[in-house]
Design a binder for this molecule. Structure first.
Ligand SMILES: NC(=O)c1ccc[n+]([C@@H]2O[C@H](COP(=O)([O-])OP(=O)(O)OC[C@H]3O[C@@H](n4cnc5c(N)ncnc54)[C@H](O)[C@@H]3O)[C@@H](O)[C@H]2O)c1
Length: 361
């Protein structure tokens, strides 16, 4: 791999706004040389974000054919993640793909297979795993100070309404609805913090005037550890102002010796129930016995850090990649199991059998 890694970006839509600054901060280590974006109305913004030298193409396959692109970052609609990742692997280019990895586990497996066959890496940009606040909660949980964590609660609320014809409104392009698209942030975090999910029971609600897939989803999960988890997504909540902050993401962990939470925009907080664990009291401070205290966390954003680690890995440097394809596949599996639960009106035990989209189990 060239020392100054040459990157091609596939898709120049909304999320490029989070990826481009990450690459621009690393200009001495990598260069985004090409972007594939068929919508010409978006080209001016692409140049604004990445500079005038970036070459623009109309389709992702044109960028995959370029000899001076070493690795690609996939920012495409979900239905294109698998075909683009397979084509990239066949072209010998390591892949970073935005979440969700793909529309189901079958597609994840094809991506993993293709990248392993070609000997290129496959990384999923599940940005929360790289965000300072979310990493602080991971540190708290892994320190053991919460004792046995018996309950997890994870919420994701926002207002997602795209114009008629946008791929996010299509069940097929999205791979479902809000659960597959965005509750996968929480599912992925739950698996990262609390280990694997053993079974799920789910309910969803479609609001057909907004999109084909579900706008609302609720999952009750039993963890392999025995803990219970509750996850919810609401893609139709309006208030965004701080004083009426229903537009948020939250992860809460309750354990036998303490509890902790991360709330978007606020940070990560911890309290200890008692002083029986002297090491935890020494580490987090006696104030944590009286009430929630802020946990020190890095101020970096998840996309930026994920990109920085990915670029390190491309350069052969030591990198903290926690979201390889094999690690993240299970996140898609939990979301798919939630759909099976809703459709069958039953609890679904994992693992599930991978089948191509549209094929009966
Ligand atoms: N991590 C997050 O918080 C977050 C937030 C938003 C989106 N995302 C993810 O980012 C990805 C992209 O979402 P988005 O919001 O940017 O969508 P978007 O619709 O804004 O952008 C997708 C772009 O892909 C382009 N495209 C379509 N077909 C193409 C082709 N054949 N070749 C090249 N480009 C093509 C479209 O023209 C569009 O501009 C999705 O995986 C989504 O889930 C993640």
């Amino acid at each position: 791999m060239a020392k100054n890694v040459r990157i091609g970006i596939l898709g120049g839509g909304g999320i490029l706004g989070a990826h481009a600054p990450g690459f621009m901060k690393l200009r001495d280590r990598c260069a985004v040389v090409a972007v594939a974006e068929p919508n010409a109305a978006r080209h001016a913004r692409v140049r604004e974000l990445l500079g005038d030298d970036v070459r623009l193409y109309g389709d992702y396959r044109e960028v995959l054919a370029l000899d001076d692109v070493d690795a690609v970052d996939i920012l495409l609609p979900h239905s294109l993640h698998m075909p683009a990742a397979i084509a990239a692997a066949e072209a010998g280019k390591p892949v970073l793909t935005e979440k969700v990895m793909a529309r189901n586990v079958y597609e994840c497996d094809r991506m993993i297979e293709a990248c392993e066959r070609a000997g290129v890496s496959l990384t999923v940009c599940h940005d929360r795993r790289y965000h300072g606040h979310w990493m602080a909660l991971k540190e708290v949980v892994d320190s053991g100070c919460l004792g046995e964590v018996f309950y997890w609660k994870l919420d994701h609320n926002q207002d997602v309404l795209l114009p008629e014809g946008h791929w996010i409104r299509s069940h097929d392009a999205l791979g479902g609805g809000a659960i597959m698209s965005c509750l996968t942030h929480q599912i992925d975090a739950l698996r990262w913090y609390g280990g694997e999910v053993a079974s799920v029971t789910a309910m969803t609600k479609v609001l057909p005037e907004r999109m084909e897939g579900e706008t609302l989803g609720v999952i009750a999960a039993r963890m392999a550890s025995g803990a219970l988890a509750q996850l919810s997504i609401n893609w139709f909540t309006r208030p965004r102002s701080p004083e009426h902050a229903l537009w948020y993401e939250m992860v809460q962990a309750c354990g036998t010796r303490g509890e902790a939470y991360t709330m978007s925009g606020r940070g990560t907080f911890l309290r200890l129930h008692d002083d029986s664990d002297a090491d935890s009291v020494a580490r987090w401070g006696r104030e944590a016995l009286k009430g929630f205290v802020p946990v020190p966390s890095g101020r970096w954003g998840g996309h930026e850090r994920c990109i920085a680690e990915w670029v390190k890995s491309l350069r052969g440097e030591e990198a903290q990649i926690t979201t390889g394809g094999r690690a993240v596949r299970g996140t898609v599996e939990v979301a798919e199991a939630a759909y099976l639960s809703e459709h069958g009106g039953r609890t679904v035990t994992l693992p599930i059998t991978p089948v191509p989209r549209g094929e009966a189990r």
